[in-house]
Ligand binder design. Structure first.
Ligand SMILES: Cc1cc2nc3c(=O)[nH]c(=O)nc-3n(C[C@H](O)[C@H](O)[C@H](O)COP(=O)(O)OP(=O)(O)OC[C@H]3O[C@@H](n4cnc5c(N)ncnc54)[C@H](O)[C@@H]3O)c2cc1C
Length: 415
């Protein structure tokens, strides 16, 4: 006998959780099934020797509109990075800061040798246009758009490339220009933050708002038939409406044929250090190009949020774009060699904590399944919107709206 439920949601990542929260807001009961032992999907945090290690470098933007809608930022006890970045060139670091946020520091960034006055004015235009959502970049890549806007080669290579490669995991900046504009707008109006309990606090907070027992962990779905599905453990479940909130790769295993997505990967190397080499809540970009070593950017999460490291020590998060073949030992050596030129011999005293290699971090924008319904099953996930927390949350809400329509429940408009 199949177990009967009202609405089934397969996947308790951010999209599945957002879907469930929205359904609950409209009085519709749903049950989530996830093969993992905890909520969050790709957004997870592990505790190791008193350090909080997010699975890969992750940040929440306080200006993500959907995050503001569904998350309680006060309860996250989130703390911000400083707006802007440090661009590291050898042992020197230059601040590139939004002059509208911080006039004195912003003026300082114009003094960086690779920022021309023309660049400063163009940055101002990009900022105001992206905040006002008045820019129409057309069907070009982010890299091409920055060239069209006339930014100097130096600023593009030393700042834009590492900054946006760190977010989109695409060093060629091949993502659509409209996404760069959205990101620039969000960075201009909000701040990158880290919750006190690490990034896991996001899915934990959403899951905690659902009725007890509505998220079933360790229950992976093997196959779907109509509105019913079979669990790997053998159980059968039949729902009135079904949502597949799994990533594009898992969706391709459940639905055939299903055009999955190409993925962008990333590697994060975590170190413990006696003190912070950065000395503040800054994102540090590799401003030296890609030939000097593997590091794209780094930060000291414990400078942003002290809970990330035991008292008296610092946690360093070093990010690479892509997943190299090197084993941990050679990767560790390559990272230290590059960072010795930035921070000197202190680098040799850092203790390697962990290397996170995440092959399927972000789905690429390129070709792939874009339909939001498949064989009567509603789909959601970041691959249907933008590869981000914002994208996952929005897509979860859209799927919930579609379920409400299917069940004939009145819902508010989707923006
Ligand atoms: C290293 C890294 C860094 C990132 N950095 C940022 C950042 O700084 N800012 C930002 O906005 N975004 C960032 N992202 C992107 C963001 O984390 C994702 O876009 C978002 O979490 C995706 O959520 P999702 O629900 O779409 O998918 P997922 O998180 O992949 O959730 C899918 C869920 O489905 C479950 N599942 C799969 N198959 C089955 C099955 N057969 N049965 C049951 N359950 C199943 C999985 O266990 C998983 O829990 C980053 C991602 C990574 C990996």
């Amino acid at each position: 006998m199949a177990e009967q439920i009202e609405v089934g949601v397969i996947g308790a990542g951010l999209s599945g959780l957002a879907c469930a929260v929205h359904l609950q807001e409209h009085g519709v009961a749903c049950t989530l099934f996830d093969g993992a032992p905890e909520p969050g999907g790709r957004v997870r945090t592990d505790e190791q020797e008193g350090y909080l290690l997010d699975r890969g470098f992750q940040i929440l933007l306080s200006s993500y509109p959907e995050a503001r809608r569904v998350l309680d930022f006060d309860a996250l006890e989130a703390r911000p990075f400083d707006a802007g970045s440090l661009v590291q060139v050898g042992s020197k670091a230059w601040r590139v800061t939004d002059p509208w946020r911080s006039p004195v520091r912003g003026l300082g960034s114009i003094l960086a040798p690779f920022v021309t006055l023309g660049d400063g004015l163009k940055l101002a235009k990009l900022r105001s246009g992206s905040v006002a959502a008045s820019l129409r970049p057309g069907d070009v890549t982010a890299g091409e758009y920055l060239r069209q806007l006339g930014f100097s080669d130096e600023l593009r290579e030393r700042f834009f490339r590492p900054f946006f490669a760190g977010i989109t995991l695409d060093p060629e900046l091949g993502v659509p220009a409209h996404y760069l504009v959205s990101l620039f707008g969000w960075f201009s109006t909000g701040k990158a933050v880290l919750p006190r309990r690490g990034m896991r606090a996001l899915p934990e907070q959403l899951a905690a708002g659902l009725p007890p027992g509505s998220v079933r962990f360790g229950e992976k779905v093997r196959s779907i038939r109509g509105q019913g599905f079979e669990l790997e453990g053998g159980g059968q479940v039949e729902a009135r409406a079904l949502v597949a909130a799994v990533d594009a790769h898992a969706a391709a295993e459940l639905f055939e044929p299903f055009e999955s997505r190409a993925w962008s990967g990333t590697t994060t190397v975590y170190y413990a250090a006696e003190s912070s080499p950065v000395g503040g809540p800054w994102l540090v970009l590799n401003g030296e190009g890609r030939t000097k070593g593997p590091v794209n950017h780094l930060c000291v999460p414990s400078d942003v949020q002290p809970s990330y490291a035991p008292q008296g020590s610092s946690l360093l998060s070093i990010s690479l774009v892509g997943v190299p073949d090197d084993d941990d030992r050679s990767l560790d050596q390559a990272v230290r060699t590059q960072l010795r030129a930035w921070y000197g011999g202190a680098v040799d005293r850092w203790q390697l904590l962990r290397v996170d290699r995440i092959e399927r971090a972000l789905p690429r924008f390129a070709r792939g399944e874009t339909s939001s319904v498949r064989d009567g099953v509603h789909l959601c996930g970041d691959y249907l919107e933008t590869p981000s927390i914002q994208g996952a949350l929005v897509s979860g809400r859209r799927a919930a709206e579609a379920v409400l329509a299917q069940l004939g429940v009145a819902a508010g408009p989707v923006t």
